[in-house]
Design a protein around this ligand. Structure first.
Ligand SMILES: Cc1cc2nc3c(=O)[nH]c(=O)nc-3n(C[C@H](O)[C@H](O)[C@H](O)COP(=O)(O)O)c2cc1C
Length: 351
């Protein structure tokens, strides 16, 4: 049975206008990425994971993650940590900042996080994981979601036992990335496990992992019973994959690619400040201009340019018509507040 990706669904009182969710990705999911995701059809977008300890200590950079633009809703802000009380406090701050959902990270496989007892390692400590979820659920009125992997060890099926317990503790929805933490991003996401998971947990499930096309999205929705699919790496520098998944397969023109990249650069410079944005944006040049869209030496040329003005000028010289597309895009964007932030670029590897 085909699921219409345009159907809305709900997490508690929060209505999600499509079956497509943009994944949280550390070092990627800046506000510009999330706003773009909403424009291209994602019904729900997520912040990258935010350290509850950083929020607890009032770390200015961590607090910067709690800035939410008017056109991002519905938005989940994801927190990670190992202490129920500190997680609950962080959740209250996330709610006060205006997030529609508090998402908890039980998926991050990176040692820097797991060695603190947070992220995927909590799948092996379900009592603590449940205490975290219930502390968070009690602390806030907005729905609480959890994003998790299948388990820590390869082949683990521990998610099938932990999932229902997290729901009993107060999780209103669960996202499953059916790889083990040990696998990191290797091998394939095993969505036959997602189907078993959906059967067990009794709440809407978001299926994450290797959703790269409309065909794959439809297949995963149809075979797992998941409420929605989540797209991560395929959307890096490529909002058009979201458009394709939603049913419009037209390829972007060079002008569209350049216009979206320049808009992304401008918004990111505003958000992160020029200094931080410089390093952050380099990977996006390859992501936008790759996929056979522009010749390889062109990307290298951009990376070597000194200022954003030079990069913009070079891009516009390569696709002069892009300035009209850009003008239209900027005109259509709702104007939020324009404070320059000096946000951190997380080095964590996510979930
Ligand atoms: C660079 C990168 C950063 C990530 N950061 C996070 C994160 O902060 N929180 C999280 O729950 N998952 C994170 N993930 C995992 C993704 O949300 C997603 O579950 C995973 O990439 C599988 O989906 P995909 O095959 O569509 O990329 C990250 C993944 C990548 C590639």
């Amino acid at each position: 049975m085909q699921v219409d990706l345009h159907n809305s669904w709900s997490i508690g009182p929060v209505e999600i206008p499509s079956r497509l969710v943009l994944a949280p990705m550390a070092g990627v999911s800046v506000q510009a990425f999330r706003r773009q995701g909403r424009r291209y059809g994602a019904g729900l977008v997520c912040s990258e994971m935010v350290s509850c300890a950083g929020l607890h200590h009032g770390n200015e950079r961590t607090l910067g993650y709690l800035r939410i633009a008017a056109d991002e809703h519905p938005l989940a802000v994801q927190i990670f940590g190992a202490e129920p009380v500190v997680m609950a406090e962080a959740a209250r701050m996330v709610e006060a900042a205006g997030a529609d959902l508090v998402d908890i990270n039980f998926g991050c496989p990176v040692r820097k996080v797991t060695k603190t007892g947070a992220g995927a390692t909590l799948l092996e400590n379900p009592d603590r994981a449940c205490r975290i979820v219930s502390a968070v659920a009690e602390a806030v009125d907005v729905p609480v979601s959890v994003k998790m992997r299948r388990g820590v060890e390869n082949g683990s099926r521990v998610c099938l036992d932990v999932g229902p317990r997290l729901v009993a503790s107060g999780a209103a929805t669960l996202t499953l990335h059916p790889r083990s933490a040990k696998q990191m991003y290797t091998g394939e996401a095993d969505h036959s496990l997602t189907a078993e998971f959906v059967e067990r947990v009794g709440v809407p499930v978001i299926a994450s992992g290797d959703i790269t096309s409309r065909a794959k999205a439809q297949a995963v929705l149809a075979t797992t019973g998941a409420a929605a699919v989540m797209v991560g790496r395929a959307a890096q520098g490529n909002p058009w994959v979201l458009r394709e998944i939603m049913g419009d397969a037209s390829k972007p023109t060079r002008e569209e690619v350049v216009a979206e990249l320049i808009l992304f650069m401008r918004e990111t410079v505003r958000e992160l400040g020029e200094h931080r944005a410089t390093g952050f944006l380099k990977k996006f040049y390859s992501w936008y201009l790759g996929r056979g869209r522009f010749p390889r030496p062109f990307k290298q040329e951009l990376v070597e340019l000194k200022s954003f003005d030079e990069v913009e000028a070079r891009l516009l010289a390569a696709a002069p018509g892009a300035r009209f597309v850009l003008a239209r895009l900027e005109e259509e964007l709702p104007q939020g507040d324009e404070v320059t932030l000096d946000l951190p670029i997380s080095i964590y590897g996510g979930g």
